[in-house]
Design a protein around this ligand. Sequence first.
Ligand SMILES: NC(=O)c1ccc[n+]([C@@H]2O[C@H](COP(=O)([O-])OP(=O)(O)OC[C@H]3O[C@@H](n4cnc5c(N)ncnc54)[C@H](OP(=O)(O)O)[C@@H]3O)[C@@H](O)[C@H]2O)c1
Length: 161
Amino acid sequence: MNNAGTATFASVLESPLEMISRDMQTNYYGTLSVIRAFVPVLEKSGHGAIVNLLTIVSLASMAVLGGYSASKAALYSATQALRKELKNRGISVHGVFPGPVDTDMTKDFQIPKTSPVEVARAILEGLKRGAEDIYPDPMALQMSELWSKNPKELEKQFAAM
Ligand SMILES: NC(=O)c1ccc[n+]([C@@H]2O[C@H](COP(=O)([O-])OP(=O)(O)OC[C@H]3O[C@@H](n4cnc5c(N)ncnc54)[C@H](OP(=O)(O)O)[C@@H]3O)[C@@H](O)[C@H]2O)c1
């Protein structure tokens, strides 16, 4: 379960590149490093599952979170690639796309948030069902349905926020 992540709330246009890099290092390269370290262990045991914590803004960017969105979009792309690469090695690869969750990461934002317990439960239920893509809260579910029908509309909705 690759849960570690950072969100610097960087603008891709105006924020220092160090902020963009921090999210990319943790969310993308950091997660890839952990996966690379664990794949041989999972393979040895004959089966396993890798769960990558993405976000609903992996599907379409939100400008106030532009650097974060980009790092998680990169991880989403790698999640798809890993799914194919590990399929015949007994390891399933899952992506989780939460909306806002009530953790330290969002403590400064007065917006509706899902509790981490609910998200954790939904992830485990998704894993039991064998879902490759898990939308663990009502907002994520609603946004993913919109995205699956009309990706441009999700981009527009996020641009209006
Ligand atoms: N909260 C949300 O609304 C939300 C929504 C969608 C997706 N997510 C994703 O859910 C995951 C968990 O986020 P959260 O909300 O729990 O965030 P959080 O409250 O900020 O916690 C982040 C966790 O990641 C760890 N971490 C950060 N950088 C690390 C590094 N380089 N090496 C090891 N551990 C590191 C932190 O450890 P330390 O405390 O030791 O630094 C902390 O335990 C993240 O991947 C996040 O992107 C969160």
